[in-house]
Design a protein around this ligand. Structure first.
Ligand code: XBP
Length: 267
């Protein structure tokens, strides 16, 4: 039985509720700045979240909702430039302190660190967004808490492909059996599961109806001593907030799906 050596965290929706009031707002501000008559409502954005990655989401929206739109330059470049504007607006939102970490996140990260558990990040979003979120909400040196930060286009195929998790495991030089993952979406769970990793899911309003049958535990957030989580699937006894001890017990009980981990898929 492998011992627990690392925790791997998704970012958007897992570390912080960034999608609805962060990324979505930033996309809309970018559309306004570019004088595009587009608006992604909370409901529409929920549908668009089925497409991982900001650039990929813009492309999907163009193809399915604005089929007659003609960009003013090469489409690839146009999407890239619009996405850059979105990143600027998203960074501004993060810098306004409007997007806090979810309950229990800082406590679990701090406890894991103090006990020598290694930390890593696996996200579809771009690296500068991750760094700013960590610096604003944790500490200026918080990015260094994480031995590996896998983000955005560092791999070819985004979640639900397992590539980003293969990449993180290669960076950590660890087998999946030594790690636990934290995700909030079915796509993220699929990516981790295909890479042979066990996952704890913390749902949010956008993801609570998704299929998390292969998760080790599904809860509404990591919990705090004075703010208990609700268990949606899985068993943690009377526990009402996650601690390192509980994570070690969950890890000890884990049973791995029979998947082949293809390290050659990392880039
Ligand atoms: C996050 C995403 C990202 C963000 C936008 O998925 O899908 O696309 O919504 O980020 P996950 P960028 O939490 O599964 O990693 O605009 O920076 O791409």
């Amino acid at each position: 039985m492998a011992t627990l050596q690392a925790l791997i965290f998704d970012v958007d929706g897992t570390l912080a509720d960034t999608e609805r009031f962060g990324h979505r707002v930033a996309f809309n501000r970018a559309f306004s700045e570019w004088e595009l008559d587009w608006h992604w409502s909370i409901t529409l954005y929920g549908k668009l979240l089925n497409v991982s990655g900001g650039k990929e989401r813009i492309r999907h929206y163009l193809e399915h909702y604005q089929p007659d739109f003609v960009p003013s330059s090469d489409l690839e470049q146009w999407i890239h430039d619009l996405h850059q504007t979105k990143i600027t607006h998203y960074q501004a939102l993060l810098n306004q302190d409007t997007i806090p970490l979810r309950p229990g996140v800082q406590r679990v990260l701090t406890e894991a660190r103090s006990h020598g558990i290694r930390l890593a990040i696996s996200t579809t979003s771009v690296l500068p967004n991750v760094l700013t979120l960590l610096e604003k909400n944790l500490a200026s040196d918080a990015p260094q808490w994480f031995e590996a930060i896998a983000a955005g286009d560092m791999v070819k195929a985004k979640k639900p492909a397992p590539d980003i998790y293969h990449y993180v495991l290669a960076q950590l030089n660890l087998a999946p059996e030594s790690c636990l993952v934290f995700e909030d979406t079915e796509h993220g769970l699929q990516a981790a599961t295909q890479a042979g990793l066990e996952t704890i899911v913390t749902v949010n309003d956008y993801t609570q109806g998704q299929n998390f049958a292969r998760a080790r535990l599904v809860i509404d957030h990591l919990g705090e001593p004075d703010y208990p989580f609700h268990v949606l699937a899985g068993d943690v006894g009377a526990t009402s907030y996650l601690t390192l001890e509980v994570l070690k017990q969950l890890h000890h009980q884990q049973c791995y799906p029979p998947v082949a981990v293809d390290m050659a898929r990392t880039v």
